[in-house]
Design a protein around this ligand. Structure first.
Ligand SMILES: Cc1ncc(C[n+]2csc(CCOP(=O)(O)OP(=O)(O)O)c2C)c(N)n1
Length: 579
């Protein structure tokens, strides 16, 4: 190694390589210099230069969510750390095994209020399962392995805090080898719990299933359960990838972004089975007649009162349960499927019919066309904001496509950096970032990351010159939109200036050609679509009070002189408000 002795940083890098890590996302900085130097000297790992540490953490989060394996990001001391934290939160709350290396100021100065000093241990406490300071070379490589084991074993973030001087210190111990152990534990509930569950299900006449991300890996079991019980199956946004496609029991999604007859199925059933979901919006759950199955006991009963809580892996629990179940009739299922079909025509269809001539372009039209034109195995990432709605309602999963978002932490600007992580895993796969103009502006520098690393990410900007999701929230609350709209930006021009192929589309007739040009481009490409900010998404189950709030907001805006705007809003949207 060019005459150098092995450093703690070398050791850390070696342990990461042993654990299967192939890259670290971050921005260099003095306290990290020995780490980046160790990476420079190691051919098995690369440094991915991002333009904000937050983006590095989002990229690692996406990688870890897609593979289920460890991904790593790093931030230099102080501000590098405080930037990092947003994406680390996202990884942690998504259950993505991410190790964040948070370098710290020189150890002799800790506690003195030194330049760039923060206390990462306190800072990252809420954003991780484990955050520890390595204060001497003697603690390594053990602490690196403990951190990795926490991230992969407990599924979430772990943060290794290392002062710059410790990273550059000579290694005190042999590195050795030891791999993290983190196979999924397929725990089955005890036989008496399975009996009680079977007995409760057999007593019910109408059973509905609502599944979340905990059903990943248990699709066949959930569908078999639905078949035996003739149960409609609804899903959360995180359950969509697993449960929506080729599912004859599908009744759509619940929640603010929901559609279909999921809500009715959950409420009209005399038994609702919550499977592997921590769906947070209590008002969408019936709050009665509910049984929940989840691998994590801390999630049992925290969203709704339960008749029975079962701790276990969803697939293993269903396998144990199936032989004890009595089949049910199709009456309830058929009613819910009919309702679902009507709702689909009304809600999803309402936006995409006849919109091929409307200008500004309806965002739903863009989403629907993107769904048609995207590859069968595309990875879609969606920004927090209206893009969540577009991905939830218009992108069709098929078991090969993947959908990634900041579904739990709900941070803006997630889509482009998550697309970077996804594309890093496989440069040959189509990766599409569905970006809001607010989201893209927030981490705009990541376009440069695409260029630097020649990442062929396809960024589709829903450019409505508005923080539209918040605009809708304000209107539903009865307030006129305030500080949500901003001056129009030509993102295609910005992208071109950054060396990225870009197309700007203002007329619906040009959309397909523009989209194809971007999707077919061999390299990073951006489609800037000027979309209608008034094509607001009205939740299918807003209350009468909230609907009244929307009307009130309309009248206030009219009073403030925005007549043209409100007539437009009404025409675009009010068809979805319950009568
Ligand atoms: C970091 C962060 N800041 C603020 C918010 C609140 N917020 C949620 S969605 C949103 C608007 C997003 O605007 P844009 O990206 O343009 O997407 P649009 O809703 O217009 O499609 C805001 C401000 C947030 N979720 N995250």
């Amino acid at each position: 190694m060019f005459g150098k002795k092995q450093t703690v940083a070398d050791q850390l890098v070696e342990v990461l390589v042993q654990a299967g890590v192939r890259r670290i996302y971050g921005i260099v900085g003095d306290s990290l210099n020995s780490l980046t130097d160790a990476i420079r000297r190691n051919d098995d790992i690369e440094w991915v230069h991002v333009h904000n540490e937050e983006a590095g953490a989002f990229a690692a989060s996406a990688e870890a969510q897609l593979t289920g394996k460890l991904a790593v990001c790093a931030g230099s001391c102080g501000p590098g750390n405080t930037h990092l934290i947003q994406g680390v939160f996202d990884a942690h709350r998504s259950g993505a095994p991410v190790l964040a290396i948070a370098s710290q100021i020189v150890s002799t100065e800790i506690g003195s209020g030194f330049f760039q000093e923060t206390d990462p241990k306190r800072l990252f406490e809420q954003a991780s399962h484990w955050t520890e300071l390595v204060s001497s070379a003697e603690q390594m490589p053990r602490m690196a392995r403990v951190g990795i084991q926490n991230a992969v074993g407990l599924r979430g973030a772990a943060v290794l805090v290392v002062p710059g001087d410790v990273l550059s210190a000579e290694a005190a111990n042999e590195t050795g080898t030891a791999l993290p152990a983190a196979e999924r534990v397929l725990s089955v509930p005890p036989p008496e719990v399975i009996d009680t569950l079977a007995e409760r299900i057999n007593r019910a006449e109408k059973v509905a299933i609502f599944g979340g991300i905990g059903c990943a890996g248990a699709r066949e079991e959930v569908l078999r359960l639905a078949e035996v019980l003739n149960a409609p199956v609804g899903h959360s946004l995180r359950g969509k990838e697993t449960l929506q496609y080729d599912n004859p029991y599908d009744v759509g999604m619940s929640g603010l972004l929901g559609y279909g007859s999921c809500y009715e199925a959950c409420h009209e059933a005399d038994l609702l089975l919550l499977l592997g979901t921590d769906f947070p919006y209590r008002q969408f759950l019936p709050q009665k007649n509910t049984v929940q199955v989840d691998i994590d006991p801390s999630r049992i009963g925290r969203r709704t009162a339960l008749e029975l809580g079962v701790v276990g892996d969803v697939g293993a629990t269903i396998r144990a349960l199936l032989p004890k179940l009595e089949p049910k009739s199709r009456t309830f299922l058929d009613r819910m499927l009919n309702k679902h079909s009507e709702e689909l025509d009304r809600v999803v269809g309402a936006y995409t019919h006849d919109v091929e001539h409307l200008s500004p372009i309806h965002p739903e039209y863009v989403a629907a066309m993107l769904d048609e034109e995207a590859a069968d195995d595309a990875i879609f990432t969606a920004d927090t904001g209206m893009c969540c709605s577009w991905i939830a309602r218009y992108v069709t999963p098929n078991g090969r496509r993947r959908l990634i978002g900041s579904w739990v932490h709900g941070s803006m600007a997630n889509a482009l950096p998550q697309a970077i992580g996804a594309q890093m895993l496989d440069p040959g796969r189509q990766v599409i970032s569905m970006s809001g103009d607010g989201g893209l502006a927030m981490l705009l520098g990541e376009l440069l990351t695409l260029r630097t690393h020649r990442l062929p990410v396809k960024t589709v900007v829903f450019n409505n010159s508005s923080l539209d999701m918040v605009r809708l929230e304000m209107m539903v609350a009865g307030d006129p939109p305030f500080e949500t709209d901003h001056e129009h930006v030509d993102f295609a021009a910005i992208a071109r200036a950054a060396g990225i192929h870009a197309v700007r589309v203002e007329k619906p007739g040009d959309l397909r050609e523009g989209l194809r040009s971007v999707l077919d481009h061999d390299g990073p490409a951006l489609l800037d679509v000027v979309t209608d900010p008034d094509a607001l998404e009205i939740p299918p189950h807003i209350t009468k009070e909230e609907a009244a709030g929307f009307a009130l907001s309309a009248s206030r805006t009219v009073l403030a002189g925005g007549v043209g705007q409100m007539v437009h809003v009404a025409r675009s949207n009010l068809r979805n408000i319950p009568h």
